[in-house]
Ligand binder design. Structure first.
Ligand code: HEM
Length: 510
């Protein structure tokens, strides 16, 4: 008996020693290469380089896995397909949280949404609702919103025949209309301008510099002013969406489900989310409920935060991709001609392009894939480590902010021939990379657990609008401008839209 006890004790001791050695060994491993920083502030003087272009330049010097220290925050940039596979596939469980700064945490009602929720049971439920109830092709209303709004955009452009059209403006209003209509229903269209203002303020606050995100003990410096601005922004959203939620509740309670003033109304995304809404749970705990008795129940805050995810995820991304596709095609007239020839061959010259045509438009699809390679609308995928990890022999600590540079990866010279040139034909080849998330040299929609749940809806809007804009009109650059003179600079923000405007003259082609 004594010898058994001794054996168990020795084994336990051995196990503890092994654990200690592993943890200590990890701590001794170096961080990935990167520029040397200063005490306390680390590399904060390089803050302006935390963009897709800045990080691509640093990666050329330090390699595909780069480490920076911004105050107390560890930042790791991933810039090659191999490293992307490592964090998005091989160790995806460890890299599947999202970083959230003070502003994001507050404006998402303490991460009550899906995009900034930590990976776990709550995120999984929200993702399930989004994929099955909101973005699925079975939810005809979202897809009908795309068709109706694309038609209406073409009508708007027709009225401007012969005049200069700002393509950016045209397509931003298209995608805002699509998502607004899918989320709130066409009956709520009136408040759209107010909602756009709220979104713009959210967007500014998400990206605003706040010292508390990097050196928390200095957070008091401009806390009052910044916090007041955050509170004002969230109050505006509260009063805006609360009214919409109340209308939906009244409709449900008034036994007029699906009807407004006796007229049939199709369900919108808020209706779908109301099916999971519980007032009791909401007021008592302000938390979601997930048990066998009630099922999954969410509060108003969850609905508001999820609606904002959809607004941010679905508007700028699609609009910037449409504008880039149009600009790249205007810059390479031979490819533009091929796309337009395909449209007249496959669709004919007497009607608009329909959903059923899209599968026949091979060259158009190649042009769109090539656009997403050169200009991924979300150029930096933001992830956070759940625990300490080791990649390629380097230590990446818990809660590091991991920026996967989809822009640099899509232009990696070891993966792509002539990487900076727009060449849609490269996607004609059998075995060309696909964006579904298994080819790590091409990840415009991300890959793995946190990849884009709105991919199908986004692609549908993107393909249908570019197809109709090119099929219904011939586009001319203004004032004798040559295609080579088109400026292809981008801006950095939540997405990377064109910096300049693409102003073209639309001439009816049918
Ligand atoms: C061309 C169109 C689009 C592109 C290129 C795009 C791209 C992306 C990317 C790169 C991510 C992050 C992936 C990662 O971190 O690994 C993402 C996430 C997300 N996208 Fe999209 N997206 C598009 C359209 C849409 C649309 C139409 C919606 C909704 C209507 C949407 C909703 C979301 C949401 C909610 C997330 C967060 C998912 C999560 O954290 O679990 N996206 N998208």
């Amino acid at each position: 008996m004594d010898s058994l006890l001794l054996l168990v004790s020795l084994s336990l001791l051995g196990l503890l020693l092994l654990l200690f050695l592993i943890i200590n060994g990890r701590k001794k491993l170096p961080y990935p290469p990167g520029p040397k920083g200063y005490p306390i502030i680390g590399n904060m003087t390089m803050m302006d380089q935390l963009t897709h272009r800045g990080l691509a330049r640093l990666a050329a010097k330090y390699g595909g896995l780069l480490h920076l220290k911004m105050g107390s925050l560890h930042v790791v940039a991933v810039s090659t397909p191999e490293m992307a596979r490592e964090v998005l596939q091989v160790q995806d469980g460890i890299f599947s949280n999202r970083p959230a700064n003070v502003a994001i945490t507050y404006l998402t009602y303490d991460r009550a949404d899906m995009a900034f929720a930590d990976y776990g049971p709550f995120w999984r439920q929200m993702r399930k609702i989004s994929v099955t109830k909101l973005f699925s092709q079975r939810r005809a209303k979202s897809w009908a919103s795309v068709r109706e709004e694309v038609d209406s955009m073409v009508q708007t452009a027709m009225k401007k025949t012969g005049l200069l059209v700002e393509i950016g403006e045209l397509v931003f209003s298209l995608t805002r209309n699509i998502i607004y209509r899918a989320a709130f229903g066409s009956v709520s269209h009136d408040g759209q301008d107010e909602f756009v203002k709220i979104m713009q303020e959210f967007s500014k606050l998400f990206g605003a510099f706040n010292i508390a995100d990097f050196i928390p003990w200095l957070g008091w410096i401009h806390a009052n002013e910044f916090n007041r601005r955050l509170a004002r922004a969230r109050e505006s959203l509260d009063s805006f969406i609360d009214t919409i939620i109340d209308d939906h509740l009244a409709r449900k309670r008034g036994n007029t489900e699906g009807k407004l003033d006796g007229v049939e109304v199709e369900s919108d995304m808020v209706d779908e989310l109301m099916a999971f809404y519980s007032e009791e749970g909401a007021s008592a705990t302000k938390k979601y409920v997930d048990d066998s008795h009630s099922g999954f129940k969410i509060t108003r805050d969850h609905i508001k935060a999820l609606i904002m995810d959809i607004m941010f995820g679905g508007t700028e991304t699609v609009a910037s991709a449409i504008e880039w596709a149009m600009s790249e095609l205007m810059k390479t007239p031979e490819d533009l001609k091929k796309v337009q020839q395909e449209l007249s061959d496959k669709v004919g010259l007497t009607r608009f392009v329909h959903e059923s045509d899209l599968s026949n438009l091979t060259y158009l699809k190649c042009a769109i894939k090539e656009t997403l390679r050169l200009h991924p609308p979300i150029p930096l995928l933001l992830h956070e480590t759940v625990e300490d990890s080791v990649v390629s022999g380097y230590r990446i600590p818990t809660k590091s902010c991991v920026m996967i540079n989809a822009y640099a990866i899509g232009r990696d010279p070891s993966a792509w021939e002539d990487p900076d040139t727009f060449k849609p034909s490269r996607f004609l080849n059998d075995g060309a990379p696909d964006f579904k998330g298994n080819d790590f040299e091409y990840i415009p929609f991300g890959s793995g657990r946190r990849s884009c749940p709105g991919m199908q809806l986004g692609l549908y809007a993107l393909e249908l609008s570019v197809a109709n804009l090119l099929h219904c009109f011939n586009w001319e650059l203004p004032d004798g401008m040559k295609p080579s003179e088109l400026d292809m600079e981008d801006m950095f923000g939540l997405t990377a839209p064109r910096a300049g405007s693409t102003r073209c003259c639309a001439e009816l082609s049918t």
